[in-house]
Design a protein around this ligand. Structure first.
Ligand code: B4P
Length: 200
């Protein structure tokens, strides 16, 4: 059988809203040169551009609800096609449903690659609410300023997104990381996991 070496390394940074995915993604892309794919950022840039997709997404996001799978999957497909030379992707905030996980596997398979690891940040609910309300003081994000909307986002995570970790657990790809503590300590724990896989 022909063995084709594919050096791409793709990882999912997983966790509830406010768990530090965006914060740690910046550190990871700076250290490893992966292409950052944040569906939250992509959606916010559609909103800023006042596109039809953005206006539709804003209605859902302002209530703390997930945006429909087909919208998000189409956006991810476009983004990956626009970065053909990437040495790997860091998926931040995606996938958030089982349908998105299955779609991502198919997109990666077309590129003859796969998810290397899912790093799951674990943070208590009290800490999540505190962080998001705190970010809401300065972020201008309408989904960060109201505690009821934040609770809705956490409920969406529990109802629809925790299954994503179960999906990848069946392939033995999930590693839990304590997401409380200093940003540097959490980054060190993430980097240890990434380094051990890149060394293989
Ligand atoms: P996202 O943009 O993904 O936002 P998030 O879950 O709020 O972010 P994140 O976890 O990255 O926040 P971070 O910890 O960095 O999603 C927003 C919305 O978009 C969703 O609710 C949904 O409507 C929609 N959406 C996005 N992707 C979707 C998808 N795939 N399918 C459907 N809908 C989708 O930051 C939180 C705060 O904590 C920051 O202020 C940070 O400074 C602070 N912080 C981080 N680490 C800390 C630490 N160690 N200690 C103290 N504070 C810390």
């Amino acid at each position: 059988m022909l063995y084709q070496h594919n050096p791409m390394f793709n990882l999912i940074l997983f966790g509830p809203p406010g768990s530090g995915k965006g914060t740690q993604s910046e550190n990871i892309i700076a250290a490893y040169g992966l292409q950052h794919l944040s569906t939250g950022n992509l959606l916010r840039s559609e909103i800023a551009g006042q596109t039809t997709l953005g206006m539709e997404a804003k209605r859902m996001m302002d209530q703390g609800q997930l945006v429909p799978d087909e919208v998000v999957i189409g956006m991810v497909d476009n983004f990956m096609n626009a970065h053909p030379g990437a040495k790997g992707f860091l998926f931040d905030g995606f996938p958030r449903t089982e349908a998105q996980s299955v779609a991502l596997d198919a997109l990666l398979q077309q590129k003859n690659t796969e998810i290397g690891v899912v790093l799951a940040l674990e943070v208590s609910q009290d800490e999540l609410v505190k962080r998001l309300l705190n970010r809401g003081l300065t972020s201008g994000r309408s989904d960060d300023t109201n505690e009821a909307i934040i609770s809705n986002r956490i409920a969406e995570y529990q109802n629809k997104t925790t299954v994503v970790a179960n999906y990848y657990r069946q392939f033995n790809k999930v590693v839990a990381i304590k997401g409380e503590g200093t940003v540097n300590d959490i980054f060190s724990a993430l980097a240890t996991e990434i380094d051990s896989r890149l060394a293989k």
